[in-house]
Design a protein around this ligand. Structure first.
Ligand SMILES: [Zn+2]
Length: 252
């Protein structure tokens, strides 16, 4: 028995809710799944409770809006797969349900079929895409872009590196290059978007690269995201988001 890809499941759900362009509002989706949301500061992340009257999603009230939206969409994935008709006999679901629900959340709030159109139009610019998908975090957007274009992403939180990742199968410097670090300092100093071009070395081979630096500040929390585009040929056609999704998927 063959099951549809998550990207097709989520797009069909959005169509059923009459949502055909971003941003993806949660209200019609909650109605579709007969679910309501309860915010609580005591909820570690999110939880799903079922009753004869419908579903209740509990979510941490202190999370930022994008993270709350992601958790709610994740729990909607649990509701979807709680229906045995949606997974009976699927050997892949089993212990990977959490992984699938996070993939479901990402693809529900930012459908693949829309992003493949919007990302090139926005020149893969994080801020431009964030304005189109306001309830999707910059981090999730950056991760998703790695599956559409050859990119290297570095995220720093309050001056400390949080994570570094890149497009699948892309050869890239494992540590931040001088080009990236210089741009990081400028973004940190001025608190503004900055862009630069220069040369990096990949496996001893010089390559030109563009780096864009995005300040994502919220109160005293200072996140800076560097997105580097090395000059390489485009990604292989076969590298598909759904097959190569890294685990664990970020929670927001
Ligand atoms: Zn879950």
């Amino acid at each position: 028995m063959k099951f549809p890809k998550v990207r097709d499941i989520t797009l069909r759900i959005l169509e059923s809710c009459g949502i055909d362009s971003p941003p993806v509002g949660l209200e019609p989706l909650l109605d579709y799944f007969n679910a309501r949301v309860v915010y609580s500061q005591h909820q570690p992340q999110s939880a799903l409770l079922g009753s004869k009257d419908g579903w209740t999603i509990k979510v941490n009230s202190t999370f930022r809006e994008e993270r709350q939206a992601f958790r709610i969409a994740h729990e909607l994935g649990h509701i979807y797969w709680s229906d045995p008709a949606h997974h009976r006999g699927d050997p892949q679901l089993g212990g990977r349900l959490e992984h699938f629900c996070s993939k479901f959340a990402s693809l529900l709030l930012c459908p693949h079929q829309w992003l493949v159109r919007d990302a090139p139009e926005a020149d893969y610019d994080l801020f431009a895409l964030k304005s189109i998908y306001p309830n999707v975090s910059h981090e999730v957007l950056a991760l998703r872009l790695c599956y559409l274009s050859p990119l290297v992403v570095a995220i720093f939180d309050n001056g400390k590196k949080y994570r570094r990742f890149a497009s699948p199968n892309l050869k890239y410097p494992g540590r931040e290059t001088a080009l990236e670090l210089k741009l990081y300092e400028e973004v940190d100093l001025y608190g503004e978007f900055r862009e630069t071009r220069g040369e990096i070395k990949v496996g001893g081979v010089p390559r030109s690269a563009r780096v864009r630096g995005y300040p994502v500040f919220s109160g005293s929390f200072r996140r800076i995201i560097l997105v580097m585009t090395p000059a390489v040929s485009s990604l292989e056609e076969s590298e598909e988001f759904e097959e190569d999704m890294p685990y664990p998927f970020p929670e927001y």
